[in-house]
Design a protein around this ligand. Structure first.
Ligand SMILES: Cc1cc2nc3c(=O)[nH]c(=O)nc-3n(C[C@H](O)[C@H](O)[C@H](O)COP(=O)(O)OP(=O)(O)OC[C@H]3O[C@@H](n4cnc5c(N)ncnc54)[C@H](O)[C@@H]3O)c2cc1C
Length: 601
């Protein structure tokens, strides 16, 4: 204890207890003292909601190769992914899935006892171009099983957890990361964690948009914290909309539903994806399908003229299209699915639909619309998770990032389904291992005096403001609406400019926001106000980067610049926060053996 702040000292401190944080913790804790800080109970992290599966070319049902996975990922990324990073992702995925199996993860099985796999969007047999079964799954609760398994392993390994500790700042001294400032949510006590290495694994920021599949806690804290400390954010203009969120609510219906044969149907009863992606149809990549849904709606072919379409997983529909597509089972007989099989393979989503819509998806189609889902961009890192501070790829000593908050970049302009779970674990592990290497070479860096002062001032200013006219919920709702309208699936310059003006006004209004709860214990009012500050900054960075990129690539569709422009835009953006506002710089994409081609699905 020093003054009124509690001091701790660990070799490695990890922020976040999702898949990325736990994997980093597991590996680092085999060699050094590790603490994991999480703003919520670890097993409530968003990783636990991942439904459909984790991608790895095991080839358990049919021929498959990691190299095919590499190509699909690069093509899916619209050639913006760094190809060295994609190789690491896809080759390490195979051994990683077996490692999870050996830790006890209860994967579904094939009749012969191997790990079961299902098709997912954009994953193909590179020769026939047909969907390949690559997603390893535990029903539609794959993320839940991963999180539980890793948490148990960390407990066994005696990793120290600080649950309900919210990190509000990273401490740098002479350009070296040396610790964190965190608030203990239950008491309001401030803590300083001194560390040789700090790993951010704080997840994404889908809460910037109105319709999102993301949990309430996905507020981009880690990304905003490092941005404020001079570290850039990479490729922020690329935020994925998943095609199938429950209408008006955004709650995700996994792509696994289409992997099992579900189809998208418009208001006229047509399976419209046949027109947009003649080969992959309902299993084209997410950017392609989300755009198609918007176009159908715009041309008046939404259901009852409204802004949604149907996802149909009724067995009779699936079997009809299996027959029309000539789908075969492994034994060569026509492929069929029963209602019981759907219930067993998709228990959670059938349940969600019953709970939230009051309909039985085995008897009625599900109303869906695209939902803000996944941040392709984030803290730039190298292949070992080291955070990079500029366009020359110089690392900031002691600072790491892994998982959705990081941008390695393996997803480029559009992520394929099942590749995030691989990413968080492969690069979580690599960050943990490299943090250990770094600890062995480096001593603790001295903490600067009064390192908690900036946080203290921010919290005091939020706490002491009078309760005026401005409310957190109003500003947040306005930001979400603006981002949905102007920086969503389709974008164009005038709209994005409107959004930027609106966001700057909202930031001014945010300076006057007052909070009702002045207490110390569980002051979620205060923390929500702080989180809104993070969201507003990330929203502005997203819009500014989106305005600058005058091309269409992956999920970033500019109606005023409809073509991909490799000559000028085959590059990653880096957004810096400066006194004058957001400054954009760029760095090249690593291309190895897959030069950009036209994307056809
Ligand atoms: C509904 C849904 C379904 C998905 N399905 C799939 C799928 O089937 N396959 C797939 O590959 N991907 C899927 N994804 C994406 C994938 O699940 C996520 O990208 C991934 O789990 C993120 O993991 P993470 O470890 O980076 O972060 P998370 O699991 O979100 O963990 C973030 C952690 O950071 C902590 N944290 C955040 N801020 C702070 C702070 N300020 N202080 C302290 N702690 C903090 C949180 O407490 C939490 O422990 C899905 C995503 C969603 C939303």
């Amino acid at each position: 204890m020093e003054g009124d702040v509690v001091l701790h000292k660990y070799d490695v401190v990890i922020v976040g207890a999702g898949g990325a944080g736990l994997m980093a913790a597991l590996y680092a804790s085999r060699s050094v003292r590790v603490a994991v800080l999480s703003k919520m109970w670890p097993v409530r992290s968003h990783t636990g909601t991942a439904q459909g599966g984790i991608g790895a070319a095991l080839g358990n049902h049919e021929e498959d190769h990691p190299e095919w996975h590499v190509f699909d990922t690069i093509k899916g990324s619209d050639y913006l992914a760094d190809q060295d990073a994609v190789r690491v992702l896809c080759y390490e995925a195979v051994e990683l899935v077996y490692e999870l199996e050996h830790m006890g993860l209860p994967f579904d099985r094939t009749p012969s006892g191997r790990i079961a796999q299902r098709p997912f969007g954009g994953h193909t047999n590179n020769v026939t171009k047909q969907p390949v079964r690559r997603a390893c799954h535990a029903a539609d609760r794959t993320g839940h099983m991963i999180l539980q398994t890793l948490y148990q392993q960390c407990i066994k390994q005696r990793v120290t957890f600080f649950d309900e500790f919210q990190v509000l700042d990273v401490i740098l001294n002479e350009g070296i990361a040396c610790g964190l400032v965190a608030l203990e949510i239950t008491t309001g006590q401030l803590h300083i964690f001194q560390a040789r290495a700090v790993v951010f694994a704080t997840g994404g920021w889908g809460k910037i948009w109105q319709i999102t599949s993301n949990a309430h806690s996905f507020t981009g804290d880690g990304a905003a914290i490092v941005l404020r400390r001079g570290i850039p954010l990479e490729d922020m203009e690329f935020f994925q909309f998943h095609p199938t969120g429950i209408y008006k609510m955004g709650i995700l219906i996994t792509e696994g539903a289409r992997g099992e044969g579900g189809v998208l149907i418009n208001g006229r009863g047509d399976r419209f994806m046949e027109r947009y992606a003649p080969t992959m149809k309902d299993l084209a990549s997410r950017d392609v399908i989300s755009r198609a849904i918007y176009l159908e709606i715009r041309e008046g072919r939404g259901v009852e003229g409204k802004d949604y379409v149907y996802l149909d997983i009724r067995p009779e529909t699936i079997n009809r299209y299996f027959e029309l597509d000539g789908k075969k089972s492994p034994d060569g007989t026509p492929r069929r699915i029963t209602a019981d099989e759907i219930k067993t393979r998709l228990p959670d989503i059938t349940d969600f639909v019953r709970t939230y819509l009051g309909i039985d998806p085995l008897n009625q189609p599900i109303p869906v619309q695209p939902t803000a889902h996944y941040a392709m961009g984030g803290i730039p890192t190298d292949l070992d998770g080291r955070a990079l501070k500029n366009e020359n790829n110089e690392a900031l000593p002691g600072l790491y990032a892994a998982g959705e908050v990081a941008c390695v970049s393996v997803h480029g302009a559009n992520r394929l389904g099942t590749n995030s779970l691989v990413d968080i674990l492969v690069f979580g592990r690599r960050s943990g291992l490299d943090a250990v290497r770094y600890c062995r070479q480096t001593d603790f860096t001295k903490l600067p005096a009064r390192a908690d002062e900036p946080v203290r001032e921010t919290l005091e200013s939020l706490r002491s403001r009078p309760l005026g006219d401005e409310r957190i919920a109003d500003i947040r709702a306005e930001m979400q609406r603006v981002m949905m309208d102007y920086v969503g699936v389709f974008r164009e310059a005038t709209g994005i400019e409107k959004a930027i003006r609106a966001l700057r006004e909202l930031q001014e209004r945010y300076q006057r926001v007052g909070i009702q709860d002045k207490s110390m214990c569980y002051n979620t009012d205060l923390l929500e106000a702080w989180e809104l500050g993070c969201l507003l900054e990330l929203a502005e960075v997203t819009a500014v980067a989106a305005l600058a990129r005058t091309e269409s690539r992956g999920c970033h569709t500019r109606e005023d610049h409809p073509q991909r422009d490799d000559k000028n835009w085959l590059k990653h953006s880096l957004a810096f926060r400066t006194e004058q506002g957001i400054e954009l710089r760029y760095k090249p994409v690593t291309i190895l053996n897959y030069p950009p081609q036209e994307r056809v699905y």
